[in-house]
Design a protein around this ligand. Structure first.
Ligand code: 5GP
Ligand code: MG
Length: 177
């Protein structure tokens, strides 16, 4: 890691309030019997908070995980996506909610969406905790977005820098010195 410090961008209170709102929005708009597919590793904290908020809002999801790799260990995208671990649930005829930490180039989510769509789900929606503008390479939009953030490299709530900082209960921007 290069010399850096972390500046708070979104407090843990802001994040948790927004995740509860998102759960309400999703519960209003999508069927109760959702198949949540979390894209690992970055989305594990957001997914955990979101599904617990579903407990209050009334969605009763099943949950599976898919591990994709798109970033390597540094702070720039590699430009290609590979599957490290696939889901094990059958999504045919299901209403799928793909969950990811952040939408940047869109490569990860468009890859995952295509992969799921080939398996004939009834619908595929996308929820992301964060969206970063200006780097879109694939034509894809999220149906549910927590926060639009400035063009900074962020960590916390599952997002890492060299696999560190995933435990931060807030979103921080990495400021290089
Ligand atoms: P995309 O494929 O949309 O370019 O990027 C999505 C993936 O890149 C995310 O799932 C995340 O793992 C990683 N990523 C994009 N921007 C950031 C960032 O600011 N911080 C961190 N830690 N990861 C990011
Ligand atoms: Mg990721």
């Amino acid at each position: 890691m290069k010399p850096h410090h972390i500046e708070t961008l979104l407090s843990s209170e802001q994040v948790s309030t927004r995740i509860s709102m998102m759960a309400n929005e999703i519960t209003k708009q999508l069927p109760q019997d959702l198949m949540v597919i979390a894209l690992l590793r970055g989305s594990f904290v957001f997914t955990a908070d979101l599904i617990r908020a579903f407990y209050a809002s009334g969605t009763k999801p099943q949950v599976d995980f898919m591990t994709l790799d798109s970033y390597g260990s540094d702070t720039t995208s590699k430009g290609s996506v590979t599957i490290i671990r696939d889901i094990t649930e059958n999504v045919e005829g299901r209403d799928v909610l793909l969950v990811d930490d952040i939408l940047e180039s869109g490569r990860t989510l468009s890859f995952a969406k295509k992969l799921i769509e080939e398996r004939h789900p009834r619908s595929v929606n996308i929820a992301v905790m964060l969206e970063k503008p200006g780097h879109r390479k694939a034509e894809i939009d999220a149906d549910f977005v927590g926060f639009k953030i400035p063009d900074k490299f962020v960590v916390g709530m599952g997002l890492d820098y060299a696999n560190y900082y995933r435990e931060l209960p807030y979103i921080g921007a990495v400021e290089f010195e």
